[in-house]
Design a protein around this ligand. Structure first.
Ligand SMILES: Cc1ncc(COP(=O)(O)O)c(C=O)c1O
Length: 394
């Protein structure tokens, strides 16, 4: 005979009446895809955003709300949303703050997929997207004439690590009646909080240093809009909701962000200085080096810390990069992402910027010999030793 407690009826989760959690120190994971509703009025009020609570995971869930609360506080955002990826956060910004026919200005120096989204998909959606050079002093003068509604920049650009003058562009945008969106992924809120410098919208790919453990994809959009409800509704309708498990992991990663970042930033400065003197290296992009075109701006904006990425260009082309990548792969793997616990490297020509034409890449200074190094939390001496051995093979 089946014992009382293990009958199928009793094992069914739906028959568990209570999930009482008596103040656990670590936040619980709430993977439920649906909630029990008291009655039709309560369900309707929650779904309409008139009452707090949850009904259906795609509309919102506790793990996303706990993560958003922390990120909003970090960025000083009035409202925000977490999304299933950084790209989903950019898409959410696009559908929230533009409409077909609007003119959008996108920096020339951005992550390859951002270009595809705002230029390729954006145009298909009816936007008039134009690429512009944020370091050309003439650019701002043309803003008003073009009736621009949204300007999109990266605070530190991927992969050439140019630094955008956020206060300048916020003022220019507002004078022209536009909003300024800053993708802050390469800086993170520990280094820089764009809303405090006048930006209207901030995006983070939480996949990178904010989570820091290479085990999820998530994005965040922070805004100065009072109500969270429009973002929540659009996220649900377009299906960009983040999973509870990913949000739970990211909240855990966030707890150690500042110590991980401090260490990785120190490593990056050490490695950038060392690479700049290496005979196999043609040039190094790092905002912390005095010859970098945005060095003094970076110093002012980021308070003397310059990020965890170092991009360098070998004298050789793709074959030289391939030799280096193969030689260091045991210690420093070729992982086309960034912000991991351990040091990794990427090759923009074959990964993040492969959809660009050769001419577009050349205009940005990305060649087959360009390597983007993401410094982790090992010792600087260890990273230097591995790279030194790898460069021997070039
Ligand atoms: C600057 C930047 N923005 C956005 C993204 C997109 O983030 P995700 O991969 O989480 O969609 C990336 C990804 O590499 C990135 O580097």
């Amino acid at each position: 005979m089946t014992p009382e407690s293990s009958r199928p009826d009793d094992l069914c989760a739906a028959s568990l009446k209570r999930f009482a959690l008596d103040s656990p120190h670590a936040p619980p994971l709430v993977p439920s895809s649906v909630w029990r509703c008291d009655d039709p009025d309560q369900a309707e009020a929650v779904l309409g955003g008139e009452r707090p609570g949850y009904v259906y995971q795609r509309d919102g869930h506790p793990n996303a709300d706990w993560l958003v609360e922390k990120l909003n506080a970090l960025h000083g955002a009035a409202s925000g949303a977490v999304t299933a990826s950084g790209m989903a956060a950019l898409a959410l910004a696009l559908v929230s703050f533009t409409k077909p026919g609007d003119s959008v200005w996108l920096s020339l120096h951005v992550y390859g997929k951002t270009l595809q989204l705002l230029y390729g998909e954006g145009r298909r959606w009816g936007l008039r997207t134009e690429l512009f050079d944020p370091w050309d002093p003439q650019s701002a003068r043309r803003l008003e004439k073009h009736g621009v509604k949204l300007i999109v920049l990266e605070s530190i650009s991927n992969p050439r690590l140019r630094v955008a003058d956020v206060a300048f562009w916020a003022e220019a945008a507002h004078q022209a009646g536009a909003r300024l969106l800053i993708d802050n992924t390469l800086a993170s809120p520990v280094l820089f909080r764009p809303l405090e410098w006048g930006a209207d919208l901030v995006v983070e790919s939480l996949t990178k240093v904010i989570n820091g453990h290479s085990d999820l994809t998530l994005g965040y959009l922070g805004t100065q809009q009072e109500s969270t409800e429009p973002l929540r509704q659009l996220c649900s309708t377009w299906g960009w909701t983040a999973s509870p498990w990913d949000c739970w992991l990211a909240l855990r990663g966030l707890g150690t962000l500042s110590v991980r970042l401090e260490r990785a930033v120190t490593n990056a400065l050490h490695i950038a200085r060392w690479l700049a003197l290496h005979p196999k290296v043609r040039s190094v992009d790092y905002p912390g080096l005095p010859h970098h075109p945005d060095h003094s701006l970076a110093q002012r904006q980021f308070g003397g810390r310059f990020g965890t990425l170092v991009t360098f260009h070998l004298w050789g082309d793709r074959a030289a990069a391939t030799r280096l990548i193969r030689a260091v792969s045991e210690a420093i793997p070729f992982c086309p992402s960034l912000g991991e616990l351990s040091t990794t490297l990427s090759h923009p020509e074959s990964t993040s910027h492969r959809a660009m034409s050769g001419a577009q890449r050349a205009a940005l200074g990305i060649t087959g010999g360009t390597i983007r190094l993401s410094c982790g939390i090992e010792s600087a001496e260890w990273i230097e030793r591995q790279l030194a051995a790898g460069l021997e093979a070039v």
